[in-house]
Each structure stands twice: as structure tokens, then as C-alpha cells.
Write a new protein. Structure first.
Length: 244
């Protein structure tokens, strides 16, 4: 079953008075429960693609469909509840609320939903990633890796159907990186959570069902990694065969 689909996404940014095309005709079909890794050089458009797929920004052209409904033209009022209930995000820059403790940051999306078990869930998640002892710390008192783990807990607290994560283990040592990956894989196994991860980590890519490589805003390679991989989607994609 398809959970997310894009058709012909393009996005340009004005740099000075020149429009630079950052995404160029990107089409992608993602199945429910699939673990997709997006890789590519710095500046290739990975973060931009994630923000468009998750409805945080709009493409110039093309469509984004989530669970068969077209979200491309939805306004903020319609998108906000969808994002809070369906998506979990981990940004490259974490976006923690500075005035809230680690625990309060993690609880926040659940409280927005009126979840009475927000605290219990947040505590359990923090425990899972080794942050139980940092519950009452504020973001400025946390290391980069601790902030990252806190942001991951916040992304997962509402049981999202799709997790978008931009370099979720970028600041973590191998032990903590493995714990975060295990947490994500457990959600995939147990709840068929769909995972879209931007990462440079070869270890993570090895566990993915599929890896797409962006270069200058285009998908230049796409390959299955795991035996149950769910292969090439859509037309017009060159596969160089180097990923499996
Ligand atoms: N708001 C913006 N205004 C102008 N240019 C932007 C903006 N956001 C991104 N860009 C440009 O778009 C290109 C793609 O950026 P993007 O952040 O998607 O790259 P990336 O693949 O995530 O890179 P990295 O691996 O360094 O995180 C870059 O050249 C960047 O400078
Ligand atoms: Mg990026």
C-alpha cells in the first residue's frame, strides 16, 4: 500500500536575483512500513525534499500525496493537525523549545493532542534513549547528541505513521546511534511505521529497504538494500546498479 507519493516535484530558491533549482522533477512512491534512506552530497536537496514531503514547505511544481490525499494545496490550518497526528519530524537543527525541559519538550506534541499519558510516554521514550537522567535539563544544558535524542523522542511520542528524520544519528556515537536506529526499527516492525531518513551512515543504509541518491536535486540512483526490498518506483529514474 502506498502511503506517500510525489509526482514531478521541483523547487527553486532565489539566490541574489538568480533562481537556483534545488529539486528537479523528483518522483517517489513510498509504501506503508517501508524504510527509505535518502543520501547525497551536501547541498543536493535532501533536507528540502524532506520539508516538502512533510508539508512544511510547498513545491513550485508537482504534487505530494499522503495516504492518497493531495496535501500540496492545503493551508496551514489543515496541515497542522495532519502533521501532529500523522508525522514525526527530526530536524537537522532539532528545534527544541528553549524554555521547556527535555521531558516537557518530548511531552509537548502529546499534550497538544490532549493525551493524558503524555508524561508516562515521554518518560519511557527518554529512558529508551538513555536520557532518563536528563529529564529536567533545558536544551542549553544538553550536549548535541542529547538534544538529538530528545528531538527523536518528541518525534515519536504521538506514534506517527511516517517518521521524517534528517541525519537523526549525525551527532551520536555508535552506541547511541545504534539505540536510536533500534528504536526506529522496532516501530517499523511492530507498528508498520514508515521511515524516511536522510543519512550518510552506511550502517543505517544497510538496514534500509531502499536507498535513493540525490545529486543536484535529481534522483540519480535507487536501489534495494534488504532482501525484502521494495524496488524502483515511478518512471524516469536512472539506476546505476551500485546499491544492491
Ligand atoms: N531557504 C533557502 N534559501 C535559499 N537557498 C536555500 C534555502 N534552503 C536551501 N537552499 C539551498 O538549496 C540547496 C539544497 O539545500 P538542502 O538543505 O536541501 O541540502 P542538503 O542535501 O540537505 O545538504 P546537507 O547535507 O548539507 O544538509 C543548497 O544549495 C542550499 O544552499
Ligand atoms: Mg540537509
Amino acid at each position: 500500500m502506498t502511503i506517500l507519493e510525489t509526482r514531478g516535484i521541483t523547487k527553486s530558491y532565489l539566490i541574489g536575483n538568480r533562481a537556483i533549482k534545488v529539486l528537479d522533477d523528483v518522483s517517489l512512491v513510498v509504501s506503508k512500513g517501508e524504510f527509505l534512506v535518502v543520501k547525497g552530497e551536501s547541498g543536493s536537496g535532501k533536507s528540502t525534499l524532506l520539508t516538502i514531503l512533510s508539508g512544511l514547505d510547498r513545491p513550485d511544481h508537482g504534487r505530494v500525496l499522503i495516504e492518497n490525499s493531495d496535501i500540496t494545496d492545503l493551508d496551514e490550518d489543515a496541515l497542522a493537525p495532519l502533521r501532529n497526528a500523522t508525522f514525526g519530524f527530526v530536524f537537522q537543527s532539532f528545534h527544541l523549545v528553549p524554555s521547556l525541559t527535555a521531558l516537557e519538550n518530548v511531552m509537548f506534541p502529546a499534550e497538544l493532542k490532549g493525551d493524558r499519558d503524555a508524561r508516562g510516554k515521554a518518560e519511557a521514550l527518554l529512558e529508551r534513549v538513555g536520557l532518563a537522567g536528563r529529564r529536567t535539563s533545558f536544551p542549553h544544558q544538553l550536549s548535541g547528541g542529547e538534544k538529538q535524542r530528545c528531538a527523536i523522542c518528541r518525534a515519536l511520542i504521538n506514534g506517527p505513521r511516517i517518521v521524517f528524520a534528517d541525519e537523526p544519528t549525525g551527532n551520536l556515537d555508535s552506541v547511541n546511534g545504534a539505540a536510536v536506529l533500534e528504536l526506529l526499527l522496532e516501530l517499523k516492525r511492530e507498528r508498520e511505521t514508515t521511515l524516511l531518513l536522510v543519512t550518510h551512515s552506511p550502517e543505517i543504509a544497510l538496514k534500509a529497504d531502499r536507498v535513493v541518491t540525490l545529486s543536484d536535486g535529481r534522483i540519480v540512483a535507487e536501489g534495494g538494500m534488504a532482501p525484502h526490498a521494495n524496488n524502483v518506483a515511478g518512471g524516469g529514474i536512472a539506476t546505476d546498479g551500485s546499491h544492491g
